[in-house]
Write a protein that binds this ligand. Structure first.
Ligand code: GAL
Length: 697
């Protein structure tokens, strides 16, 4: 691979083309010619049995191709300890199949039945407030509790035995939106201590990693260790290193829980049935990378949630970032993904719940398609008549039969998808100019946790910072993967590591080899300032990366909320107030942007240098609009001789299976540059907000 890159930019497309020709293992579950299948959740246990046949028939009649059962039905599947009732689910699966619908079956573990808590109150998790969660909601069990694990093992085994060889079951969803709940229960404490002992071996090593000499916070034994309770302390904060370990433990506990279920299923189920789970789109505590034994990883998506977003229509069009991020992030793990829940209309749980803009739901579906998804499913078919989600839209309204506005948008896309399938070209190849832009974003939850634990300025926002870098890459029209430190950097001509604070020598060396071999590396502010345990190395500030970036970080600065600092590049100004690394270039390093004001006016904010056959660029500032980040990235592409697009914020263009797919989350029409001779197969140009344009070259 390095050799290919050494051959120069003409060869930059080769690794991407290579990656494309190797179909991911999970692709076997989803014939490519189906493009994207569309389905909907149904809850037989919430409706009179006499209506199931009508409802499932209606789902099929509207064109949906699969349904989804059971993630909250434990109380119906095991109505009493050890007494199982599958008769109702048998009937529902049967009715679905008769209507031509495949079934995604779920493990019901978010909802332990009341009898379990009555017998074993210790199964519940304990919150940061010290209170034990009780029956009456969901996701309330301690994943560290052995009694709960025993019951989990049993229900999953029973389900696997009953449905694991049933070809009407398409695949399995584990649990629901695994969120790695922060758990202060005695079970969690005990498991945390064991986790620490495995990690450190001796308590002295743990004390060193946690900075135990600071405020006499050291421990004499693992048994003394308490769970660092972040919610109880203010300014005199807990050891950030201890907190970081607790976050790692919490994510590992969630991952172990999912792997535990997955391993049981795999013992019993057909090889054709897949196993996944549905992470929340921007998951903070759970870490999808830790569940690498699942066949692929899916996600849930609610873009309209009472946020302003871009322009006057933004609050109805939805976040321009969430879906754009999720399609690439979740697809990157196994090369295949799907959206398990895509907002069907107005929701009930945001502080304010506006109606989506007419067309927005259709646009999200096509965006999901463009992002390479194998399926899109929506929560839920019928609007509930009782329970806490009363105001939540469904595909049909409260009468159970009349399609909602969102329902009709789904129906329209289903019909359009059927037409598009006729145009599917199995040998379509990504155009070389697009493949040449291929980029990877280096992402680690450990780094994110460390940034969040020790933000230094209340204005710091890790997600926002990474979204800005993502948007800069997508504005260039680049295919994007999210990769981890163990992945092959050289498969990508461009690699961006935003605010990658935790590093060790091995990572810095890997970056250096990548650049020397011809890669273009972009690092942003805060990168390389700490070691992997979150401590500062005994060296000048950011000393671990200074030799690589060809600059020292003299100091860093944060402004007040209403403060605005100015940075200038090529005569254009950009404002910032969150973070500024003030740089001092070493000989051979070029300055791209400088600070215009503050006591360090004239000093560099962005630097770049050539190293071996590649380049490394350091963007030391987080700008308010992300415009500088975007322009610097364009400069990196231009200097690399790669032709990049310049899409405005909120416009995304994806390439998939021979189709270019453009969507528009901005509040203005945009004339999409389409190569002459191309054929538009859906929509029209200019591309209006809440709309889609699909064409083939
Ligand atoms: C999701 C959740 C669903 C449902 C939905 C409502 O986060 O997984 O079960 O509650 O939100 O929008």
């Amino acid at each position: 691979m390095i050799l290919l890159m050494a051959l120069g930019l003409a060869a930059a497309a080769a690794p991407a083309a290579l990656a494309q020709s190797r179909a991911p293992a999970a692709q076997r579950f989803f014939p490519k010619a189906d493009l994207m299948k569309i389905g909907v959740y149904y809850y037989p246990e919430q409706w009179p049995a006499s209506q199931w046949e009508r409802d499932l028939g209606k789902i099929a009649e509207l064109g949906f191709e699969f349904t989804h059962f059971g993630e909250f039905a434990w109380g119906f599947l095991e109505p009493a300890d050890g007494k199982f009732d599958f008769a109702w689910l048998d009937r529902a699966v049967d009715l679905a199949a008769r209507s031509g619908l495949k079934v995604i079956l779920c493990t019901p573990t978010p909802c332990p039945p009341a009898w379990m808590g009555e017998k074993y109150p210790e199964i519940y998790l304990v919150g940061g407030d010290g209170r034990r969660r009780e029956h009456g909601t969901r996701a309330n069990a301690s994943l560290a509790n052995d009694v709960f694990l025993k019951y989990t093992g049993r229900i999953v085994t029973e389900l696997a035995r009953r449905y694991g060889r049933d070809p009407r079951v398409w695949g399995w969803q584990l649990d629901n939106e695994p969120s790695a709940p922060v758990d202060y229960s005695p079970s969690a404490r005990q498991k945390f201590q064991a986790w620490l002992e495995r990690k450190y071996g001796t308590v002295d090593k743990m004390n060193a990693a946690w900075g135990g000499n600071f405020w006499s916070t050291k421990y004499d034994s693992f048994a003394q260790v308490l769970i660092p309770n972040e919610s109880l302390f203010g300014e005199d904060a807990l050891s950030p290193h201890a907190v970081l370990d607790f976050r790692r433990f919490t994510a590992d506990t969630q991952a172990d829980y999912l792997h535990f279920q997955r391993d049981i299923l795999r013992e019993h189920i057909l090889p054709e049935q897949w196993v996944t789970t549905n992470y929340i789109n921007v998951t903070d505590t759970a870490d999808p990378r830790r569940t690498d034994r699942l066949d692929f990883i899916s996600f849930t998506m609610y873009p309209v949630r009472g946020e302003k977003n871009l322009g006057e229509l933004g609050f109805r069009l939805g976040s321009p970032y969430r879906l754009a991020f999720a399609v690439d992030y979740y697809r990157s793990f196994k090369g295949v993904t799907g959206v398990m829940e895509l907002q069907p209309g107005q929701v009930n749980w945001a502080p304010i719940n506006p109606q989506p803009e007419p067309g927005a739901i259709r646009m999200w579906l096509w965006h999901a398609f463009g992002g390479g998804l194998s399926f899109a499913c929506t929560y839920r078919f019928r609007q509930p008549l009782y329970g806490s989600e009363l105001y939540h839209a469904g595909i049909v309204g409260p009468d159970g039969v009349t399609p909602s506005r969102g329902g009709l948008e789904f129906v329209r896309v289903i019909a359009e998808m059927k037409e598009l399938r006729k145009l599917y070209d199995p040998v379509a190849k990504m155009p070389e100019r697009v493949a040449a832009r291929r980029a990877a974003l280096l992402w680690s939850h450990d780094v994110m946790w460390d940034l969040d634990i020790h933000r230094q300025t209340a204005l710091w926002d890790t997600w926002d910072h990474r979204f800005k870098m993502m948007a800069a890459i997508k504005a260039a029209g680049a295919p994007l993967d999210y990769i981890g430190e163990d992945d092959d950097f050289a498969a990508y001509p461009f690699l961006v590591a935003p605010a990658y604070q935790l590093v060790d020598e091995a990572l810095v060396q890997k970056w250096t080899r990548y650049v020397e071999g011809g890669g273009h590396l972009v690092l942003t502010c805060r990168t390389g300032q700490k070691t992997k345990s979150g401590q500062l190395p005994e060296a000048p500030w950011a000393g671990l990366v200074a030799p690589l970036i060809g600059a020292e970080v003299e100091l860093f600065d944060n402004l007040l909320d209403d403060g605005r600092g100015l940075v200038r590049m090529k005569g254009k100004g950009y404002t910032w107030n969150r973070w500024a690394d003030v740089l001092k270039p070493l000989p051979g390093t070029e300055t791209l942007a400088v600070y215009v004001d503050q006591f360090y006016a004239g000093r560099p904010a962005v630097v770049t240098r050539k190293l071996g056959r590649g380049t490394v660029t350091y963007i030391g500032v987080d700008t308010i609009e992300g415009g500088l980040e975007r322009d610097v990235l364009r400069e990196v592409y231009a200097r690399a001789g790669v032709d990049a697009e310049n899409y405005p914020p909120g416009v995304y263009v994806e390439w998939r299976d021979g189709f270019f797919v453009g969507v528009n989350y901005s509040s203005r029409p945009f004339a999409v540059p389409v190569k002459p001779g191309s054929k538009v197969v859906l929509g029209s140009n200019p591309l209006c907000p809440a709309n889609v344009l699909i064409w083939r070259e």
